[in-house]
Design a protein around this ligand. Structure first.
Ligand SMILES: C[S@@+](CC[C@H](N)C(=O)[O-])C[C@H]1O[C@@H](n2cnc3c(N)ncnc32)[C@H](O)[C@@H]1O
Length: 282
């Protein structure tokens, strides 16, 4: 697919410009993404592709947790197509959960990751860092247009990622976190307690297990009611998640029922755009 200037079109419901070829670009990126092992669902990957295209133009995409490159390829393919900044892909590639459950450091996902971004034709648009996010954040100085957190899912891990990179997010940029509706303590707690309850953020929602919020430090307070409504439902999951333990029996049923009451539909590009439009007020 060639890198061409997008033809912008105005959606019926939002003045946010959606490139006319966005659906085709995302579908093509998904064909490549789908070949890479990982846990990101189709709707989630396509939502990331949407964010990669419509988040403010200036800055990098920072990805924390790349594994074999599934989300990396979607983000980089779309960003490269529209001539937007690189994907900074941070991962030590030694996951104790996915690769080294015996506590050793024997297996690495790095070679697969490099091969996958090369085969997808996006190696030039990805800046890999073989490191923990906490090794990169202290020296980080560049603006970020999209912060994608899919690394250490513990409460301390997600908090460190938000604290380390949020100061560099540009206004109207987006934070997206994976597995916020799965059995992990970090993403859901940080989303509810530090994002939905903060006036620095405006519109927010879920797309499957991705929790997202737009950074709107100037007018986030106007969205307080909308965020509070979502927080009320999402907070009910917090006492049900068990860090590091598998949910079973009655607790698992309660978790699934509580989760089913949280709106997390894969809406259309127009609907997402209407929410992320800088001129939108609640
Ligand atoms: C669920 S996988 C990421 C999946 C990937 N985003 C995809 O779409 O396939 C989680 C990854 O986070 C990495 N990770 C864990 N802690 C991290 C940290 N503090 N900084 C960066 N990466 C981390 C692990 O090595 C692992 O590869």
């Amino acid at each position: 697919m060639s890198v061409t200037a997008p033809v912008a079109k105005r959606s019926a419901t939002s003045p946010l410009f959606i490139p006319a070829d966005l659906s085709d670009v995302i579908d093509h990126a998904w064909q490549l993404t789908a070949q890479i092992p990982g846990y990101l669902l189709e709707n989630e990957a396509k939502f990331l592709g949407f964010l990669a295209a419509v988040a403010p133009r200036d800055g990098a995409i920072v990805e924390i947790g790349s594994y074999r490159g599934r989300s990396t390829v979607m983000l980089a393919k779309v960003a490269a197509h529209y001539g937007l900044g690189p994907v900074v892909a941070i991962d030590p590639h030694n996951s104790p959960i996915l690769l080294n459950p015996d506590g050793s450091n024997r297996f690495s996902s790095y070679d697969d990751f490099l091969q996958n971004i090369r085969l997808a034709g996006v190696a030039d648009h990805v800046e890999p860092h073989l490191a923990y996010s906490t090794e990169i954040s202290p020296a980080w100085r560049r603006p970020i247009r999209l912060l994608w957190i899919d690394g250490d899912h513990s409460l301390g891990g997600v908090k460190a990622d938000i604290d380390g990179f949020l100061p560099h997010l540009v206004p109207f940029g987006v934070v997206a976190m994976h597995d916020a509706l799965s059995n992990f303590a970090g993403p859901i707690r940080v989303f509810v307690e530090e994002m939905l309850r903060s006036d620095q953020f405006g519109p927010a929602g879920f797309v499957h297990s991705i929790a997202w919020a737009q950074f709107r430090p100037a007018d986030g307070a106007a969205f307080r009611g909308q965020r509070a409504k979502l927080a009320k439902r999402a907070a009910k999951l917090i006492p049900l998640v068990e860090e590091g333990k598998e949910l079973r029996g009655f607790k698992k049923m309660r978790f699934k029922l509580t989760r089913s009451r949280i709106p997390s539909f894969p809406l259309s590009h127009q609907a997402w755009a209407a929410q992320l439009d800088p001129t939108t007020t609640p």
